[in-house]
Design a protein around this ligand. Structure first.
Ligand code: PMP
Length: 394
């Protein structure tokens, strides 16, 4: 073997020096919003299992039964022979849940986002992407080769101008997270719909952190904002509030037919494992029949956010989701603060570039329906003590 790899250790040392090196660790999930790390049990305030469905006995039983009947893997892409009755049933269920003609599964939410963008715009088109969009939307935009404009959702007049300037290209596509994964705030969906309509543009939204959490029926933020019918492409994941794994797109039959024929990640990847589809199907059913989970969760989120603001922590006041950033700027400080919280029995995310822009390292705290008022209060006290000791002034 040639000696062509020393650059890797040099680069690793460099990211270590900047406090940006990430190390692998093992987390054992436990029921009730808890986990175990290095033999120590703690509360998990870091995941995206917003409704605690990954641990629900009904969801687990559905996966177990599908594994017993279908085996563990789909064995081929959906187009070849990987689309089993569990896939077909889940797609039907998702279409019914979303109130659309059809739905299509993808191996991950990441793949769904990339796949849709590349299937609907290309070299002759223009794409407009929010500055803080998820990496899967960013990569999809780049891969599509469409002319890319990055916009700031707080300055939509600039987006309007950019759309006007692109009036002569073949197609225009606006893409946005509906709930931003690191800030927890929402996209101005009604304004984006208006701009899309005024400029004859398509609008795509990523509901990854909103499916199951927002809206009277739990469909997501477009439902909550009353704009479902004005959004062309709605992408969701099965991996957060649904507690499973995978992505999906819901829409008209012709859109789904187009994606079946053109969305490369679902053409060229093995279909989701049947037990995962069965688990997601059971989760959709719970979301449909137990709306109190999301209303209780959002109520606790409102109270927790008010407590963070009252404490004077550097959070994002406009956030609406079960996602709570505490901005600490310095990456090493974020890591030290998270480690101190772990000592007290609470796991939170320490988020550093490139997951967030430089200078905005933070704690990312998430609430789950499994966290009751008492636990949230204990956590708030721990947060106050730790921030005072480790990051005074934050
Ligand atoms: N979109 C957003 C906003 C996300 O936060 C994530 C996951 N971090 C994804 C898409 C990707 O979803 P998945 O984990 O299902 O690939």
């Amino acid at each position: 073997m040639s000696n062509a790899l020393p650059w890797i250790n040099e680069e690793l040392e460099e990211i270590e020096r900047r406090g940006l090196r990430r190390r692998r660790r093992m987390v054992e999930p436990l029921p009730g919003g808890r986990c175990r790390i290095d033999g120590r049990e703690m509360w998990n305030f870091a995941g995206n299992d917003y409704l605690n469905l990954s641990q629900d006995p009904r969801v687990i039983a559905a996966a177990q039964q599908a594994a017993a009947e279908a085996g563990t893997g789909a064995t081929a892409s959906a187009l070849i022979c990987g689309r089993t009755q569990w896939h077909a049933r889940l797609e039907e269920q998702l279409a019914e849940f979303e109130g659309t003609e059809s739905a299509l599964l993808f191996p991950t939410g990441f793949a769904a986002n990339m796949g849709v963008i590349v299937a609907v715009v290309g070299r002759e088109d223009a794409v407009f992407s929010d500055r803080l969009n998820h990496a899967s939307l960013v990569d999809g935009c780049r891969l599509s080769k469409a002319a890319l404009t990055i916009y700031d959702r707080k300055n939509l007049s600039a987006l309007s101008e950019a759309l006007s300037a692109a009036s002569s290209v073949r197609r225009r596509l606006i893409v946005t997270d509906s709930i931003f994964s690191m800030d927890g705030d929402a996209a101005p969906l009604a304004d984006l719909c208006e701009l899309a309509e005024a400029h004859d543009a398509m609008l795509m939204i990523d509901e990854a952190h909103a499916t199951g959490v927002f809206g009277a029926q739990g469909k997501g933020f477009a439902e909550f904002a009353g704009v479902e019918d004005r959004v062309h492409f709605r992408v969701g994941t099965l991996s957060k509030a649904l507690g499973a794994s995978g992505g999906f797109v819901s829409g008209s039959q012709s859109l789904i037919d187009w994606l079946w024929n053109r969305a490369r990640p679902q053409i060229f990847s093995t279909a989701l494992p049947p037990p995962v589809c069965a688990a997601a199907g059971a989760a959709v059913e719970i979301i449909r029949t137990e709306p109190q989970r999301r209303t209780e969760l959002l109520q606790r989120c409102g109270d927790f956010r008010a407590a963070l603001i009252a404490e004077g922590f550097a959070t994002i006041e406009a956030a609406v989701a079960p996602i709570f950033p505490i901005l600490l700027d310095d990456p090493q400080l974020a890591v030290r603060t998270a480690a101190a919280l772990e000592e007290r029995g609470f796991l939170v995310g320490a988020i550093r570039p490139p997951s967030v822009p430089p200078g905005t390292s933070r704690l990312r705290i998430t609430l789950s329906w499994a966290h009751d008022q008492r636990v949230i209060e204990e956590f708030t006290t721990a947060l106050r003590d730790v921030l005072r000791d480790v990051a005074p002034g934050s």
